[in-house]
Ligand binder design. Structure first.
Ligand SMILES: Nc1ncnc2c1ncn2[C@@H]1O[C@H](COP(=O)(O)OP(=O)(O)O)[C@@H](O)[C@H]1O
Ligand SMILES: O=C(O)C1=C[C@@H](OP(=O)(O)O)[C@@H](O)[C@H](O)C1
Ligand SMILES: [Mg+2]
Length: 188
């Protein structure tokens, strides 16, 4: 069984996944980190050199492999994993799927503070607004993509957890409570 974390960039999938795994005494895999290790390149380099479709194929192959492995672990995914129907199905078949939510403002604040952002996280929208400041452009990208992706997160998730103005401990506690509820419901 895998417990997968999905959600937009900066909602805390990598951070919360590691803590959740620790609390549950389970292994932890961050799909993006494993993909980068195997490729020997940062995701931003893969995007820049080969383009997004090549990254999405590497991502889909890895999700397929991980979802079908026999091990139990917590799996943090990349924000765009829900774009492909085969990824959504693979994650659902592997176990509970937790959707971490945050508002566009929270996401932008976190990404601005995150040192990994500049090196690792490629810009995802080709469309740029010439009259926008970098901050406005980022908020525009996050708001636009979040609206587009929300139905897919919703469709894939077993439940969601809001992360705005909450620390790791509170978020992990709510995930654990909801996992228990899910188990109780499945036994009814
Ligand atoms: N609940 C939280 N409150 C404040 N900052 C957070 C929280 N969760 C994550 N962060 C910070 O936000 C940034 C992005 O987190 P990360 O776990 O990499 O998100 P994701 O994997 O979803 O992109 C990191 O700098 C992280 O420390
Ligand atoms: O939202 C996306 O499409 C992406 C999110 C990133 O992962 P995080 O959500 O961990 O930042 C990473 O997979 C890649 O840059 C694409
Ligand atoms: Mg991550």
């Amino acid at each position: 069984m895998k417990i997968s974390l999905i959600g937009y960039r900066g909602t805390g999938k990598t951070t919360i996944g590691a803590k959740l795994a620790e609390d549950l005494h389970l292994g932890f895999i961050d799909a993006d980190q494993l993909l980068q290790e195997r490729a020997g390149r940062k995701i931003s380099e893969i995007f820049a050199t080969d383009g997004e479709p090549v990254f999405r194929q590497l991502e889909a192959d890895l999700i397929h492999e991980l979802a079908n492995s026999k091990e139990s672990f917590v799996l943090s995914t990349g924000g765009g994993v829900i774009l492909r129907p085969e990824n959504r199905a693979a994650l659902q078949s592997a176990g509970p799927v937790v959707w971490l939510k945050a508002t566009p403002r929270t996401i932008c604040t976190r990404l601005k503070l995150d040192s990994a952002t500049a090196h690792q996280r490629p810009a995802l929208l080709a469309e740029t607004k010439p009259d926008h400041t970098p901050e406005e452009q980022m908020l525009y990208e996050v708001t636009t993509l979040l609206a587009r992706r929300e139905p897919f997160y919703q469709e894939t998730a077993s439940f969601d957890v809001t992360t705005d103005e909450r620390d790791e401990t509170q978020i992990v506690r709510e995930i654990l409570e909801k996992l228990v509820d899910l188990k109780i419901q499945s036994h009814r």
